[in-house]
Design a protein around this ligand. Structure first.
Ligand SMILES: [Mg+2]
Length: 227
């Protein structure tokens, strides 16, 4: 059996004063999103358009693939219009599945205690953010929240990061980013962000997938200093 090598994180918290955190898959269980986009939405789309569910799933997957890594992908208004369904309303119907990953709150508390500047940086649309934060109260821990739409680019795009830095005023050499999408880490890396952490367990229902390039964690307690 092939066991994939894992790069262990070694953070010196004295060297870090800003912590940038992704939301979906990083702080929140991606199971909600996977279930919504790949099961719940195709079922509803099939009903409305009188299609077989597999055919609906196939059609939607093609639509998703064309827009992955772009802002359109996360824009709920865009999808509502294209698919003829009220996407925010459908999301609200299954919001019971919104869940915070284990150990996230301990990590957020640690960052607050250590007076780190904490910022949620997400590709999620403001309406998605609102739906999720109504179920998972992460916002009281965050100093700032930035939705990619405000920057005008997705986090996968290299030009996103200098614009974010201008907006938040952090020092790249003293900033950490945790994200479950390797392309986002790559873009941040190109912009000179010093501490990059890959979240290898984005969903509680899928297998752990370590990055080959960046230090990976399964749970956030791995970033806390050992007693
Ligand atoms: Mg993510």
């Amino acid at each position: 059996m092939l066991v994939m090598e894992r790069i262990e994180p070694h953070l010196d918290w004295e060297q870090i004063d800003t912590v940038l955190l992704d939301m979906d898959g990083t702080l929140l269980d991606r199971h909600f999103d996977d279930y919504f986009w790949h099961s719940y939405l195709p079922e509803n789309y099939a009903l409305v358009h009188d299609l077989d569910v597999d055919e609906a799933r196939h059609r939607l997957r093609r639509e998703y693939e064309r827009r992955e890594g772009t802002l359109a992908w996360t824009n709920l208004d865009y999808w509502s219009e294209v698919l003829g369904l009220d996407i925010p309303e459908l999301k609200r119907r299954v919001d019971v599945l919104v869940a915070v990953h284990p150990h996230v709150f301990d990590f957020l508390k640690f960052c607050r205690e250590k007076k780190k500047h904490l910022c949620l940086v997400t590709n999620a649309h403001p309406k998605t953010l609102q739906i999720k934060m109504a179920r998972a109260s992460l916002l009281p821990y965050c100093d700032q929240v930035v939705c990619a739409e405000e920057i005008g680019l997705a986090k996968e795009e290299a030009a996103f990061w200098p614009l974010l830095q201008q907006r938040l005023g952090y020092d790249n050499r003293r900033t950490m980013l945790a994200d479950d999408t390797e392309r986002v880490l790559e873009a941040a890396h190109r912009a000179g962000l010093a501490y990059l952490i890959h979240v290898a367990r984005a969903s509680s229902r899928t297998t752990v997938s370590f990055s080959r390039k960046y230090p990976s964690i399964i749970f956030f307690n791995e970033l806390l200093p050992r007693e």
